[in-house]
Write a new protein. Structure first.
Length: 112
């Protein structure tokens, strides 16, 4: 699983002020592996499910939704379940934990 920030730039701020902000990205603390659904494994079907998550300032998952489907509902559901079971650490700005929205990509490789 990989975690990417979905930060949106605030164009109204001074560029010099933005450069002074010290930001630490959110991270996955404990990644739970996604189970390959049996039918898809037997049929050698794979894909990438992209899951959008929201974390609060404590790193608690408050939302997990399929943002981009793998094309297979069982793979998407397995990815969402794994993302929900994983644990996270919130991002921080100037030493203060903050919530945010992120994208987690879960890749299912039928050859494994």
């Amino acid at each position: 699983m990989t975690l990417r920030s979905m930060l949106v730039a605030d164009i109204g701020h001074d560029v010099d002020a933005i450069s002074e902000v010290k930001r630490t990205d959110a991270k996955i603390v404990r990644s739970v592996p996604a189970d390959m659904p049996a039918f898809e494994q037997l049929a050698h079907i794979g894909g990438t499910a992209t899951i959008e998550i929201d974390l609060d300032a404590n790193g608690t998952l408050t939302k997990a939704a399929v943002l981009a489907s793998s094309g297979y509902a069982r793979i998407d559901q397995s990815a969402r379940s794994a993302v929900r079971a994983s644990t996270y650490q919130a991002a921080s700005i100037n030493g203060h934990a903050v919530g945010g929205s992120y994208v987690v990509e879960v890749v299912f490789d039928p050859s494994n």
